[in-house]
Design a protein around this ligand. Structure first.
Ligand SMILES: [Zn+2]
Length: 389
């Protein structure tokens, strides 16, 4: 079986070279599960009764960042969340409320300290440091209370959204946080518009609460155009998290140390065409998921659905059309849900005027595929309603 696995991997490698012109050293850790053909799904995955997901959409109008127009100095549309929500509201009307989960408050300092260092949180009190993280130099001249209230607080609420989406995914099979995905942030560092390590915090919180068991595996699929170096650094010592990362290798962050942590790396050249992008995804992701799920106990997937692979995006450097982005999202969500892996989606990057439409397309696909008007309306989980400031 090992030889079969190797042959299959060679085929993928060869196709990758042909189609995308790129190849990265074999990520053997995730292939180990293929050594034992007799292994069947065991543990919690085998025990779970497969049933279709009932989607949840996590969103707050307070996600949207605005500080006297300065946000327009960065190509990131920091109000894309609200714009996507407006499109969805026009499309689904009041029916959208059935799926809506509202993060009632930002994550607290005590919660952030579960993962972040006190020194890092202290640095975020300095507007000069925040300006560097956001890549918006004029922010350095704002009072600290303004950066906290207008920039960091919405991000802390979006971080709560990722925590909620992960928990809702485990309860209902599929949840989309209409923000989050700060994949360049790690416990002691932030850059690239990423302040809080929301995915790391969500996994840590679920482990602390016992929702994720000690041996339960987590799959992280990162299709943002930029490599998710913060997530890699956050999970550097956690072999229960399996990372698939498909990214433009010629742009930020070029973090060689973080790249070594990826279990299945799919680096792409600048200007990668849509056909090559989708061929790489179709060739690599199923093999990766098959090998990780073979031993069972995969209890959660987090899908970073960054839309900066869109052809008009100013930063991503990958040429995928709007239809191609939707096809990508459709493929990933089908691959995960067909394996009955509870999936939380986060938005991450997207730096074009069309980004919010791409997000709305993905959420509309989720609701039209898995939504059910007979489903009871979503509730705000009680645990998160206390201490609402
Ligand atoms: Zn990005």
């Amino acid at each position: 079986m090992l030889n079969v696995a190797r042959m299959r991997y060679k085929r993928v490698k060869w196709r990758g070279r042909l189609r995308a012109g790129v190849y990265r050293a074999a990520p053997m850790r995730y292939l180990r599960g293929m050594d034992n053909p007799a292994s069947e799904p065991t543990g919690s995955q085998a025990r779970a009764t497969p049933k279709p997901p009932t989607p949840r959409i996590v969103y707050s109008p307070r996600y949207n960042i605005g500080f006297f127009g300065l946000e327009r100095l960065h190509p990131f549309d920091s109000r894309k969340y609200g714009r996507a929500w407006k499109v969805l509201r026009e499309r689904f009307g009041r029916g959208l409320d059935r799926y809506w989960v509202r993060p009632p408050r930002p994550v607290s300092r005590a919660e952030l300290l579960q993962l972040h260092t006190p020194e890092y949180l202290q640095r975020l009190r300095d507007p000069k440091f925040v300006a560097r993280v956001l890549e918006v130099p004029p922010v350095s001249r704002l009072p600290a209370w303004v950066t906290d209230r207008c920039v960091l607080r919405p991000m802390r609420r979006a971080t709560m959204g990722t925590l909620l989406a992960a928990r809702e995914a485990m309860d209902h099979g599929l949840a989309v946080n209409l923000s989050g995905g700060y994949h360049h942030a790690s416990p002691d560092h932030g850059h690239g518009f990423s302040t809080y390590a929301d995915v790391g915090l969500a996994v840590h919180t679920l482990r602390q609460s016992g929702r994720l068991g000690e041996k339960d595996k987590v799959v992280y699929v990162d299709l943002d155009a930029h490599q998710g170096n913060g997530v890699c650094r956050t999970f550097a010592g956690d072999s229960r998290v399996f990372i698939y990362d498909q990214y433009n290798e010629d742009i930020f962050p070029m973090d060689a140390r973080a790249q070594r942590r990826i279990d299945c790396a799919v680096p792409l050249p600048f200007g990668c065409a849509e056909a090559d992008y989708l061929a790489a995804l179709r060739g690599r992701l199923p093999v990766f998921l098959n090998s990780v799920t073979r031993g069972g106990d995969v209890r959660l997937a987090v899908y970073n659905a960054g839309t900066d692979v869109f052809t008009d995006d100013r930063l991503g450097g990958i040429n995928v059309s709007a239809a191609g982005v939707l096809e990508r999202d459709r493929f990933v969500l089908q691959e995960l849900t067909s394996r009955h892996i509870p999936t939380a989606v986060v938005l991450s990057g997207g730096y074009s005027a069309q980004s919010y439409k791409l997000v709305a397309n993905m959420v509309a696909y989720v609701l039209e595929t898995w939504g059910n008007s007979d489903e009871p309306a979503a509730d705000i989980p009680k645990k998160f309603t206390s201490n609402d400031p």
